[in-house]
Design a protein around this ligand. Structure first.
Ligand code: MV4
Length: 507
């Protein structure tokens, strides 16, 4: 049965709310925004066809307020809700409430969210579905004696993980016999206070893994395909910083094997919608199921760019009950895509969030450049939410060209008023391990000194360049000379040139 969707409530804010509404507009679907006190002037409110205030800044009282959001959906006669990522996107209760109210939840069923949210159950489900998992335990480790016995059987080092966790919370690595019990207790108590559930399980520790995830799409008729991988090993404290596709370590053989495993993983839970299967992979091409994310992910645009599919549109069509109109054999990737997450944070000060007023913003443009953002000049980034400003997504025919284009785009990106991670990202693009594509999940840690080295001269160039750009702009406006060729090169242009020569010869 197909239920045409004509109005979608977007239960989110920021760049992802805007991203979802854009696809709605292309499909001729009306969009409804919800917003908190501090988001009254946010871009997603301006873009939507309708907007409803749902409460104070605190997420718990607004973007996480299930009943309020359901009430707005009914009031606005939205026939579907898109949760974006974060907030209520992986909340089984929310999916259930939508079901009960006859509102289409653009995401999986409450049962699937619960199964994948509980990592012990997820592991068991994958084992049953024939998907490789990291060698380890199947049950909750309750008493010390059993714990010691199993951990000795698996062999040190091991990773103790919270069943209710994910994303690294409640996780402990153990490499010494005498530390087993204290690590077990630490993991349990962290899990209890973070999730109210102290179930833990144990896996063999994989020493230098890659984080590789597969994008999958499943419909409500049992069809599942994958749209290749994303390499997400550039992470800091379990936060992704840069993602790319294809993975530099991927081969056609490994992609086929992992892709098949990803499809099997989705089929094991009768998954429908867009989802991601996360794997750990080592340099010997062993790979293991890690977690499944039952939502659209932040990094989805690199898959869109190389495969050509609009993932939000696919989500909507699937939610309507349509059959997937993509066959696995038709899926191919063209070129290379890299995403950098631009954060309002002070990378020189332990990556402290740096919310505040955007006084000036110039975004990069040109061939192969996409920015998914939501801020504008005069916008104040609130302190209450994730400080991500935008995502810079670069496409080029080859990886090398994509890296150079990313450096160019990061160079063009000018934001004043808040501190940003742009410099840090430029450093990543200049890093040998990244350029050679030989990095793993320890990349940022291994290259910390290079990535954080302060270059005062460069910073002064940059500050001056921004001021000069601004002055140049005003000068041009005043003399109405925009569009005319300058006879003299401005100081701003000199700085730009000198800097790129310096950087090109660096490697
Ligand atoms: C591991 C691991 C090594 N061995 N499991 C971190 C987040 C959570 N999703 C799983 N994580 C890891 N699990 C075993 N058996 C190393 C990590 C890990 C990691 C994984 C993906 C991306 C970045 C990471 C950074 C540190 C540790």
């Amino acid at each position: 049965m197909i239920t045409k969707i004509s109005k979608v409530l977007v239960a989110n804010r920021g760049e992802i709310a805007l991203r979802v509404m854009r696809s709605c507009r292309e499909l001729g679907i009306k969009s409804v925004a919800v917003y908190s006190d501090v988001d009254r002037t946010s871009m997603h409110v301006r873009y939507a066809d309708q907007a409803f205030h749902i409460g104070p800044a605190a997420s718990a009282e607004s973007y996480l307020n299930i009943e309020k959001i359901i009430e707005v959906a009914k009031q606005s006669k939205a026939d579907a809700i898109h949760p974006g990522y974060g907030f209520l996107s992986e909340n089984a209760e929310f999916s259930k409430r939508c079901q009960e109210e006859g509102i289409i939840f653009i995401g999986p069923t409450p049962e699937v969210i619960s199964t994948m949210g509980d990592k012990i159950t997820a592991r068991q489900t994958m084992i049953d579905g024939g998907v490789p998992v990291v060698p380890g335990t199947k049950e909750n480790l309750d008493d010390d004696e059993t714990a010691l016995k199993v951990i000795r059987e698996i062999g040190l080092p091991v990773m103790i993980k919270a069943s209710a966790g994910g994303g690294g919370k409640g996780m402990r690595m153990v490499d010494k016999e005498e530390n087993i019990l204290s690590a077990l207790r630490a993991a349990k108590s962290e899990a209890r206070s973070a999730f109210g559930d102290d179930s833990v399980y144990v896996e063999k520790y994989i020493s230098s893994p890659h984080h590789i995830e597969f994008q999958i799409l499943g419909d409500q008729h049992g069809n599942v395909i994958h749209l290749c991988e994303r390499e997400c090993s550039v992470q800091r404290r379990h936060q992704k910083v840069v993602e790319e596709t294809p993975s530099p370590m991927m081969t056609p053989e490994l992609r086929n094997k992992m892709g098949e495993a990803a499809v099997a993983a989705a089929k094991a839970v009768d998954y429908y919608g867009a989802g991601t299967i996360e794997f750990l992979a080592d340099n010997d091409h062993n790979f293991y199921f890690l977690e499944m994310n039952t939502r659209l992910q932040v990094e989805h645009p690199i898959t869109e760019r190389t495969t050509g599919y609009d993932l939000v549109k696919q989500q909507i069509l699937i939610a309507e009950g349509q059959k997937l109109d993509i066959k696995q054999e038709e899926v191919f990737q063209f070129g290379h895509a890299i995403e950098c997450r631009i954060y309002a944070e002070d990378t020189d000060n332990n990556f402290m969030p740096s919310p505040g007023l955007i006084t000036h913003i110039t975004e990069p443009m040109g061939l192969g450049v996409r920015t998914d953002g939501y801020v504008y000049e005069g916008y104040e980034i609130p302190i209450h939410y994730d400080p991500m400003i935008s995502k810079l997504i670069i496409w080029a025919r080859t990886r090398e060209e994509a890296i150079e284009r990313m450096r160019r785009a990061l160079y063009e990106y000018k934001i004043t008023g808040v501190k940003t991670s742009i410099k840090f990202l430029e450093r990543i693009m200049d890093c040998r391990d990244f350029r050679e594509g030989t990095y793993d999940t320890h990349f940022i840690q291994n290259n910390e000194e290079f990535l954080l080295a302060d270059d005062e001269a460069k910073q002064q160039f940059e500050d001056l360049a921004i001021v000069t750009a601004f002055l140049d702009y005003h000068h041009k406006l005043k003399n109405a000379q925009v569009g005319q060729e300058d006879s003299k090169s401005s100081r701003w242009k000199d700085f730009g040139r000198r800097r790129s020569v310096y950087r090109a010869s660096e490697n």
